[in-house]
Design a binder for this molecule. Sequence first.
Ligand SMILES: Nc1ncnc2c1ncn2[C@@H]1O[C@H](COP(=O)(O)OP(=O)(O)OP(=O)(O)O)[C@@H](O)[C@H]1O
Ligand SMILES: N[C@@H](CCO)C(=O)O
Length: 298
Amino acid sequence: MFKVKVPATSANMGPGFDCIGIALDLYNEVEVYESDKPLHFIWECEEEEVPEKENFIYTSMMDVFKEHDFPIPNVKVIARKCNIPMVRGLGSSSAAIVAGLTLAYALMGKDFDKDLLAYKAWVIEGHPDNVVPCFLGGMTISVMDEGKPYTTHVPIEDRVKFMAVIPPYKTETKQSREVLPKDYTRADCIQNVSRASMMINAFNLKDYHLLRTAFGDRIHQPYRLPLLKDAAYVFELFKENGAIGEFMSGSGSTLMGVFLDDCQDRKLVIEEKLKAIDPLFRVELLNVDRSGVVLSKI
Ligand SMILES: Nc1ncnc2c1ncn2[C@@H]1O[C@H](COP(=O)(O)OP(=O)(O)OP(=O)(O)O)[C@@H](O)[C@H]1O
Ligand SMILES: N[C@@H](CCO)C(=O)O
């Protein structure tokens, strides 16, 4: 029947807390086939199974059918590929929501309106910095103004590469939001507005020497990075190996180094050093995904 391919996303990118994010070329795939039983879920991934009733693929599909008063179809939903590591700051939960919404609309025979669905996913997730780039691809800035969503894309050259260092330990977004203050000083606000603006212009003008400063943040990283025992070392490794900047991906635990051009050799160096600490460290060298979610018939 249908297949969806959904990209990983890296939210915040330093100062863009809860509004800026980027889609990357690491994908999960979910398939739907006719069945003789009402919608049921099959987990074929190597990752630890998220049970059906708690699984955002399943729950977001069921929510759509309920909202539209649509009879639950006789289908099996198969989580076929899970390349996006779970609970690591690369948008696995958003990818699940995006997959579920897209498949539910396909099964209802409704038009595949990415903007409308991105907005729905934004409401479910609570913040847009993963779900919007996951739907639309590329690097996005999203703003809600009096209940109306606005999104704009930031141009990124193909030569910009994202090196994701994925630690063996998880960071739940829910918990890592609890360590953040409720209020910020004017100085903190100025710091983030100035850095986020500079980051966007650095990408716009390809003025990459500004990026390290521009990725500076005072809203979340100062509170979250100290909880990640290897963060300082990983950032040092990025710097020593020619990164043009670094930030925490989403709410962690993944740490992201930004590089230019071919940096496969530097990936190997960093990987070797990290595996000496713990062989379960994973390092992925990623490009920007420009398509967002892709729905196809099978
Ligand atoms: N299909 C699914 N895949 C991954 N996580 C899921 C899925 N369905 C439900 N979840 C739940 O989502 C939570 C993980 O979301 P969380 O936001 O903490 O991590 P993430 O999405 O991988 O990273 P981030 O949002 O920081 O980029 C887990 O509690 C997990 O059980
Ligand atoms: N903006 C979110 C992204 C993680 O889901 C956060 O940092 O909490």
